[in-house]
Every structure is written in structure tokens, then in C-alpha cells.
Design a protein around this ligand. Sequence first.
Ligand code: F6P
Length: 300
Amino acid sequence: MVTGNTEPLSLLSVSGILPRGGTILGTSRTNPLKSEENKKKLLSNLKKQKIDYLIAVGGEDTLGVARYLVSEGVKVVGIPKTIDNDVDGTDQTFGFDTAVSIVTEAIDRLHTTAESHQRVMVVEVMGRHTGWIATVGGLAGGADCILIPERPMTIQEICEILKKRHARGRLFSIVVVAEGFNLAGADQLVTKDQKLDQFGHVHLGGIGEVVASEIERHTGLETRVTVLGHVQRGGSPTAFDRVLGTRYGVEAVDLIHNGKFGAMVCLRGSRITHTSMGKAMRKLKFVDSELIRTAEIFYG
Ligand code: F6P
């Protein structure tokens, strides 16, 4: 929402940005709703900059700010963009496919070294409070166990899967763990520190280490951890994300032409359409049980 780019907005062009990740506007995760003063500044800046319409591109935080602006009479439409894929009201957010392809490649690479050294490799991935990246990346990479917030598991259950696999002569394993996963019975999420971000979110991270040391302790299998971190959020987007972002952009401009402010573009099956931002933001979109079941078939 806050632009750090000094170039006049009218000079910025979308030409040539298809292969680029990141932002050309200089936007970042800033919460302009934190104080009454900032809210006023935000509204007056929009007026000063003569911004007639706004397309808010982001996840729950950005779209939350967009909803506030709609309530203040600003003409806004939303585009769901986050690697987490947790925005309800759309089948897919853009950025997700790129993150999944990075996770898949990492798992492929870890397979080779896991096999040579006969180790358990624990891969910690992002996704905040949902397990989309872990589930889809894990399925694509052929993970032997996927740990997600939607499905808490005990360490005994996890180790049982790995021990059975070992007994079948498979002497290495890949375990994908979402940063928001918690061992069944644990009362607190594992976080990097006590700090909260601009929107009041905890800094998730560290569950990979916890799971790995528990696996080693319970099974005696040599275990290593890889935390993929922000690598999942960088680089050039996949072809799918480029096309999805382009289609979302076209639909967003159409929504503006048609005066449908407060709407969010979305993907339903293979069709691009729209929904209301309010509806889309009511709850997080969690991994559905059908997809979890599919992943579980391949555990062990
Ligand atoms: O929402 C996207 C996301 O990458 C999450 O998956 C992750 O928990 C968080 O952002 C990390 O935030 P930051 O870049 O502030 O560390």
C-alpha cells in the first residue's frame, strides 16, 4: 500500500514484468491501519496522488486493508496473491504455484543425498497457518510423510510411518513439515521469537528442528533439517503463475470498468470470475480432506 518508488506512478509500465518476481511499485508489508493518524494519511495520500481506482494485490493482510478502504468509499478491487494459497473464495492464489515448484525441486535434490547417506531429511516449508505448500509440494516431490496444521500428528505416529518404511528396505525418508504444524498435544506453535509483525502475526519457524530431533530420539535414524525459508518467495514465476496473474489483472480492470468495487477476482476450476472481498476474507482456506487423503496414501 505504501510505495517506496520515487518514479511518478504514470511512468510505471507493466511491460516486461512477466519474468520478474517481487514488486515494481516498491510496496511492502506495511500496516497503514495501525493508527488513526496513519489511516488519515493513507486516505489523504490517495487523494493527493489523484488515485481514482486501486487494485489491491496480496493476501489476507493487504486485502484486509483493501476492505477498510472500500468502507471509506475508495474504489478498490482485490487480487489474491500469496504463496500460502490460504485466501478463501479462490481455488488458487498467484505465487503459490511458484513456491510449490521451488519446494518440489528442493525435495528432488534432497532425495539424492538422503538416499546416499541413508538419512531422514526433514524439510520445513512456509504457508503460515495452512498446509497448502507442504501438501502440494510434498505430493509433487514424493514425500514419505507430510506434516500440516490441518492434521496434527503425534511423534509416535510419525515415527511409525518411518519405521515401517525402513523395515521395507527403504533406508531413507523425506518428511515435509509446514511451519504452522504442531505435534498433537503441544499447546503452543513453534516460533522464531516472541515478536509480532505489522499485522500482529507471530514469526513461525523452528518446527523442523523440533520434529527432526524427536524423530532421531525415537527411531535412532540419522536425521537432518533443511529450512527453505524465503527462497520460496523469490525468483522468476512459473508459467502457470504468469498466466494466472495476467488473467487476474485483466479481470480486475474489467471489474473497475463495470464499477464492481469491493470485489475480488478469483479462480473457480479453470474459469476466472469474481467474488466479494468480504466473503473471501471471512475465514482462511484450509487444505481439504480429499487432498490430505491422497497424500496419505503415499506415506511410508
Ligand atoms: O504470507 C507469506 C509468508 O511467506 C508466510 O508463508 C510466512 O510465514 C511469512 O510470509 C514470512 O514473513 P516474513 O517475510 O515477514 O518473514
